[in-house]
Design a protein around this ligand. Structure first.
Ligand code: AMP
Ligand code: MN
Ligand code: MN
Ligand code: MN
Length: 278
């Protein structure tokens, strides 16, 4: 089976490598088909495409859209998108707006509990001023010795409900699926195993996504345990979803799974790429 890695981040969102360096790493790690899926941002796609072409690496334009569903943040990946589509471009611009204000509020909350300067500190790690993310705050908390690693930073300060957390007004599920479909893309629910929904909520999420024209879920991802690979393979087949595979790589030394290093999809699922001519 060819090595498809269909979920990764550059420093155009909250990864640490440039799109070019990410393409080079994908190639040298043996990825056969690569998608870069920056959060809420298509600004790195032109560079990624050029870099992949120079390396003779088949490339899939992608994005990972943040939405709010039933009170939680959920991520919807779009693959094979036309990144020039104005519905997609304008939609993404609308969710990006307000990230700076949110970051200032996060910084003010952290200051109240004795951690000053987090906004400026996080900014040092930001590659794209439109995309200040909690990941950048986490890097600052680690650099300044407040936290020992990313998990620690999210558990104690940045995760949903923690003291430094400020919710953002993300898109709706319907928005995200419509933007991706308007851009001729395939909509994929990212890392379903990460959400803290009840079984009934998951069922409602999958049904609603399906009705809107969502096509796939991530089965093998850096965010799932091996047990979850098998569990979400069954879920995919139950709901008639295609299965996707992607490391969610954010940078060397930071991500649990290296780019291109995941096991293959479990047998018995239909891969999201089954009908791609690539
Ligand atoms: P934001 O879009 O600013 O809300 O930040 C969300 C990002 O934080 C995600 O894209 C992940 O990269 C990162 N993240 C969220 N939860 C965790 C966690 N528990 N450990 C490490 N990174 C996380
Ligand atoms: Mn991220
Ligand atoms: Mn995600
Ligand atoms: Mn991601």
């Amino acid at each position: 089976m060819r090595n498809f890695d269909l979920h990764s981040h550059s420093n155009v969102s909250d990864g640490t490598l440039t799109p070019t360096a990410l393409a080079e790493r994908a190639k040298s790690n043996g990825v056969d088909v690569w998608a870069m899926t920056d959060h809420d941002e298509i600004g790195g796609i032109a560079e990624a495409r050029v870099a992949a072409k120079a390396l003779d690496l088949p490339y899939v334009p992608g994005v990972e859209i943040s939405i709010t569903w039933s009170g939680q943040t959920v991520h919807i990946v779009g693959l094979q998108i036309d990144e020039t589509n104005p519905i997609l471009v304008n939609g993404l611009a609308s969710v990006r707006g307000g990230r700076e204000q949110r970051a200032r509020e996060m910084s003010a909350q952290l200051e109240k509990i004795g951690i000053p300067g987090a906004f400026e500190g996080a900014l040092k790690f930001v590659g794209n001023p439109d995309l200040i993310s909690r990941t950048h705050f986490a890097r600052y908390l680690i650099e300044s010795g407040v936290c020992s690693n990313l998990q620690d930073a999210f558990t104690h300060y940045l995760g949903d409900g923690a003291q430094g957390y400020v919710p953002h007004r993300w898109a709706t599920l319907q928005n995200a699926v419509e933007w991706i479909r308007a851009a001729d893309g395939v909509a994929v629910i990212a890392h379903p195993g990460r959400y803290k929904f009840t079984e009934m909520q998951f069922d409602a999420l999958f049904n609603e996504f399906k009705e809107l024209g969502g096509a796939a879920i991530e089965v093998t991802t850096g965010s799932h345990t091996p047990d979850q690979y098998d569990y979400y393979a069954k879920v995919a087949n139950t709901y008639g979803f295609l299965a996707s595979r992607g490391s969610d790589f954010h940078g060397p030394g930071e991500s649990r799974v290296e780019l291109g290093a995941l096991p293959p999809l479990p047998s018995g699922v239909r891969p999201v790429w089954h009908d791609w001519h690539i």
